[in-house]
Design a protein around this ligand. Structure first.
Ligand SMILES: Nc1nc2c(ncn2[C@@H]2O[C@H](COP(=O)(O)OP(=O)(O)OP(=O)(O)O)[C@@H](O)[C@H]2O)c(=O)[nH]1
Ligand SMILES: [Mg+2]
Length: 319
């Protein structure tokens, strides 16, 4: 019989919901088992297409994710949805349940939905999200949708890992465009004008197009605006089609590969950083030593360079 962790990985690969849920919990808790599991699963990843959905609260991201998921399911594609809420202290529970609004898919084995929350995960929410995306990829989900609430740096980090980023906007929020964070404008590959049934949709579209005309196209891609009424599933086919066009565009231009290398460079640096920190400052002892040295530096008993040298010497990393 193979060892339990290998069985676990095998179960994840068949899309076993309980095995996947356990794995996500391990990832969230930064449990050592998660790393071992992800190592076993990694060779089976690289096939999923990741679409990030971001925008201010209440713009209809969950409804859009739900309808896009239904669209892909109709095409017999397996779908995974991760709803990430960096502003909520709860994970996987009732609070996010309200936000996901995806009741129509209960019992569909080709669909996996999970919410994640809580700031200050060890290693950060962006890392955990990236690892859960890998897990879904290994489980055979061809389309992975990542919904994230808000417009802060956390969200930008989270959607950066997506292959295609949808920025959702709605009419009637006042000076939308003016209030829009420049960061969002930069990361959007496709702009979704949702709630197009509302007044002001035409004006918002014009403003968006005017703004986008000033943005330099990336590798020949001009971010388009797609109008949707998610609650009525209007515009969803066009949106899926536009995502498909974006995918094709970047697969042929090699940009996707470049983006992946960029992504892994960042992840490797993060991993290296946490490993090195663990090595030099690991355990309660390391933390105490850090406190002591910081206090000595603050009191000018020691200079910071000497303090770092001392830490490195203690770990055998100073050459
Ligand atoms: N009129 C109209 N209402 C919509 C549309 N899309 C979504 N809604 C409604 O807008 C509300 C918010 O939708 P959600 O999908 O939960 O929005 P969200 O962006 O996921 O919200 P948070 O996760 O809380 O940020 C719900 O009451 C939806 O029914 C639309 O196209 N038109
Ligand atoms: Mg939502």
């Amino acid at each position: 019989m193979s060892p339990p962790i290998e069985n676990w990985a095998e179960q994840v690969r068949t899309g076993d919901v309980r095995a996947m849920s356990r794995a996500i919990t391990a990832i969230e808790n930064h449990h050592p088992e998660a790393e071992e599991l992800l190592r076993l699963l990694f060779p089976h990843t690289g096939r999923a297409y990741l679409t990030g959905i971001t925008g201010t609260p209440g713009t209809g991201k969950s409804t859009l994710a739900d309808r896009l998921a239904a669209h892909y399911r109709k095409q017999q594609q397996q779908v995974g949805v991760i709803a990430v809420d960096p502003t909520s202290p709860y994970s996987g529970g009732a609070i996010l349940g309200d936000r996901i609004r995806m009741q129509g898919h209960a019992g569909d084995a080709g669909m996996f939905i999970r919410s994640m929350a809580t700031r200050g995960f060890l290693g950060g929410l962006a890392r955990a999200t990236a690892e859960v995306a890998l897990l879904l990829d290994a489980a055979g989900k061809q389309q992975v949708l990542i919904e994230t609430v808000g417009v802060g740096q956390d969200e930008v980090d989270i959607v950066r890992l997506a292959d295609c980023v949808l920025v959702v906007m709605v009419p009637g929020l006042g000076d939308d465009i003016q209030n829009m964070k420049a960061g969002l404008m930069e990361i959007g590959d496709i702009f979704v004008l949702n709630k197009a049934d509302r007044q002001g949709a035409d004006r918002l579209e014009q403003e968006l197009l005017a703004m986008l005309s000033l943005v330099m196209p990336r590798d020949g891609w001009h971010p388009p605006v797609v109008r949707t009424v998610a609650t009525e599933s209007k515009g969803i086919d066009t949106l899926a089609e536009t995502i498909g066009k974006f995918r094709q565009h970047f697969e042929s231009s090699g940009e996707r590969q470049r983006k992946h290398i960029e992504h892994w460079k960042k992840r490797l640096l993060e991993l290296l950083e946490s490993r090195v920190l663990e090595k030099v400052l690991g355990g309660a002892d390391g933390q105490r030593r850090l406190e002591e040295l910081a206090s000595e530096v603050a009191q000018r008993k020691k200079d910071p360079f000497a303090a770092v040298k001392e830490i490195l010497a203690g770990s055998g990393l100073d050459g």
